[in-house]
Design a protein around this ligand. Sequence first.
Ligand SMILES: [Zn+2]
Length: 92
Amino acid sequence: MDCSEVRKIIPEYVNHTITEDRTTEVEEHLCICNDCRQFLNNFIDNPSKSPTSKPTSCSEPASKKVFSFFDYIILAIGLGVFLFFIYLILRK
Ligand SMILES: [Zn+2]
């Protein structure tokens, strides 16, 4: 789903008049698209305003690196091994 499609159905998305599948698609797009998120915020703030005013493209979706749960596990194991070696060195 691209930006123009998302923005076309945002009024219905806000009013919960679209199917669950469409809602999921919109939400997935909102996750990666700052522009459409901003658009949705503006729409919620001004529901009477026409939602077709500012069509900007999503050529560069925000790709933010987020640490996952497993990254933290690996980090913790690495830290544990590191502290274990420190312990071995200090024990001598
Ligand atoms: Zn978008």
